[in-house]
Design a protein around this ligand. Structure first.
Ligand SMILES: [Zn+2]
Length: 165
């Protein structure tokens, strides 16, 4: 399910802004640089994997935290911009240290074909299952991160492409 960023007043926005500010991002970062910075803030590597759309229907991104690393699944069928946004949204959950939604048991079993086994999964958080404050806060982080990812000057399409996954 596609969700659109909506403005909401409240403390969740302040928390999102603090989380992004604490990364100390420069004027313009590439996606790889952003991934690196978020991994460091997270304290473990973050791996981004493309996954068949049918494995996670109605979900545009999925964060799975394991003991030694986190995995973000993004649908391979979506375009680059959507995948980048989905990844940034999951970065939001990571940076805001959101708790998992307990979806490990209810998830489509085919998800686990892509990540090995469900052993060692500490938490799992899907995007867009529920549009609530947690989602809004993560979406606000995604919005702020996307600003850092955008070039300040109009760049050639190929430069712009390289910014993304
Ligand atoms: Zn989410």
């Amino acid at each position: 399910m596609a969700v659109r960023f909506r403005k909401s007043a409240g403390g969740d926005r302040a928390a999102s802004e603090t989380a992004v500010a604490s990364l100390g991002l420069g004027q313009h970062v590439t996606f790889e640089e952003l991934l690196d910075v978020v991994s460091q803030a997270h304290g473990k590597p973050i791996e981004i994997r493309e996954i068949d759309n049918s494995a996670i229907p109605a979900v545009t991104g999925l964060w799975i935290e394991k003991e030694k690393k986190s995995i973000i699944l993004v649908p391979s069928g979506d375009n680059r911009l959507h995948r980048t946004h989905a990844a940034c949204h999951e970065f939001g959950h990571i940076l805001l240290r959101h708790q998992g939604c307990g979806g490990v048991e209810t998830a489509n079993p085919s998800v686990f074909q892509h990540i090995g086994s469900r052993k060692g999964i500490k938490r799992m958080l899907a995007r867009s299952l529920d549009w609530n404050e947690t989602e809004r806060a993560a979406e606000h982080v995604a919005y702020l991160l996307s600003l850092a990812l955008l070039p300040k000057e109009p760049a050639s399409p190929s430069d712009f492409e390289r910014t993304f996954l």
